[in-house]
Design a protein around this ligand. Structure first.
Ligand SMILES: [Zn+2]
Length: 452
């Protein structure tokens, strides 16, 4: 099949044909979690989106031809704050959250990235990059802090498509008396005696957040590579700063060639925030919703668009998968033709791909074995229906709070109530069963029931 693939590139602000630096290989870097608190549904979106991209690139280029790097930020001010607040050591906190994050990834059926470097394992590389930037007048030292001098990099702002004044006005820039310019950002800062720190030419301290991605992407993918991904909130300042550091330290024109950013996730049309208390963490979802339902729900909107997380979306995704599982079989996936994959080739258009899955499902109901294999292979392309049917059913059953005796008794009570014309009570019983995960249907004078 042809390797035609088009992406909307944030860097050029247009859709472009994807041409990797090396014809047969692809390198992709995606910013991973800062392990200070349990990841939420907004964090799940890039995990799933870039997992679908990783799988698709593997289909196009070959399994061993795609290198996917996703870092873990295990040193950061937020981690230090959270460790103090929760009275846990940094080690305990970061190990605990990292473990939970990995469970989230398995729950969402995300493949492991090729490399998953931790920031604290690459401090030496970061010190080398800062030394290099100072030597070449891209950074300056002030009171044990080292700052990147934004005015030394002419292309600053290209990714966000804004000039310096607009960037400062949109201000998420940190205010500090040690900076020469408000846009300058910290590369290295001193650590208090009780906080984690490493010896450096500028005293004991720790790196600024942006630095690690520049250092680790170079280590695993080289000075220039193909795809850089992350959430829309990372465009400025994080990704803008990664570009500045890397291009200046490596003396290159470009850093990553294609920048892909996924849109925000809202909860019931509201912005998720700690102060509102409407943050849906993935580890909480794990208890009630099958990971595939979450995965399908997250892929139901195009990755660049905003996505609203709500009960209706979860229900619809659950129903779709329930229906699809009726055709489940263990198969060896077959190669999919271009017609099926076409939506993914057009900037990873998952909603259109899901529409294709629905029509492939319709074909399976005509009973041919080949249409079934085609449908199941197409589901597996985006990481769905890889879990067998029994596990899917068992998870559903485990969420049910009532047993069959209870259900039969309630159905009898309801029928008695109806006979007596007490429809109010009959409706109340129906509602009670539904609240317990049981749906009833009256068919030819008989009441049938099923778990939802
Ligand atoms: Zn990053």
């Amino acid at each position: 099949m042809t390797k035609d693939l088009n992406f909307f590139n944030t860097l050029t602000n247009k859709k472009e044909k994807f041409v990797p630096l090396n014809n047969n290989k692809v390198g992709m870097y995606v910013c991973g979690p800062t392990v200070y608190d349990f990841p939420h549904i907004g964090n799940a979106r890039p995990l799933v989106v870039f997992d679908v991209l990783f799988r698709f690139l593997q289909t196009l280029y070959g399994k061993d031809k795609v290198t996917y790097v996703r870092n873990i930020t295990d040193i950061d001010d937020k981690i230090i704050e959270s460790s103090k607040k929760n009275k846990k050591s940094i080690k305990e906190l970061t190990e605990n959250i990292t473990k939970s994050f990995h469970e989230d990834c398995r729950y969402l059926n995300c493949l492991n990235p090729t490399f998953e470097p931790k920031a604290t394992e690459h401090i030496k590389g970061m010190i080398n990059m800062v030394t290099n930037l100072i030597k070449n007048n891209h950074a300056y030292i002030n009171e044990k802090h080292v700052y990147f001098s934004v005015s030394s990099f002419k292309k600053y702002g290209k990714l966000s498509n804004k000039n310096s004044d607009q960037l400062v006005a949109g201000s998420r820039v940190e205010v500090s008396k040690y900076k020469k310019d408000p846009l300058d950002f910290v590369l290295w800062k001193p650590s208090d005696i009780n906080d984690p720190g490493w010896d450096s030419p500028w005293g004991r301290g720790r790196p600024g957040w942006h630095l690690e991605c520049s250092v680790m992407s170079e280590k695993f993918l080289g000075k220039q590579f193909d795809i850089h991904g992350g959430g829309l909130d990372l465009v400025f300042p994080h990704h803008e700063n990664e570009i500045a550091q890397s291009c200046c330290a490596n003396k290159t024109e470009n850093f990553a060639n294609y920048w892909l950013h996924n849109g925000f996730v809202t909860f019931d049309k509201e912005k998720m925030s700690k102060s509102v208390g409407n943050i849906v963490t993935i580890n909480k979802l794990r208890k009630n919703v099958n990971g595939q339902v979450v995965r399908l729900a997250l892929l139901s909107s195009h990755y660049k668009q905003p996505l609203d997380w709500n009960e209706k979306l979860i229900k619809e995704s659950q129903n779709t998968l329930d229906k699809w599982y009726s055709q489940f079989e263990k198969i060896n996936p077959e190669k999919l033709n271009e017609d099926i994959l076409q939506p993914l080739q057009e900037d990873l258009n998952t909603p259109e791909y899901i529409t294709k899955l629905h029509s492939l499902f319709e074909e399976t109901t005509k009973g041919s074995k080949t249409s079934k294999i085609k449908f199941l292979s197409a589901c597996r392309q985006i990481g769905l229906l890889e879990e067998d049917k029994q596990t899917w059913e068992n998870f559903k059953k485990s969420k049910i709070k009532v047993d069959e005796n209870f259900i039969n008794k309630k159905i009898k009570d309801r029928n008695d109530a109806r006979k007596k014309g007490n429809y109010k009570l009959a409706d109340a019983i129906r509602k009670e069963l539904e609240d317990n995960g049981v749906i009833i249907e009256d068919k030819q004078k008989q009441t049938q029931w099923k778990y939802k």
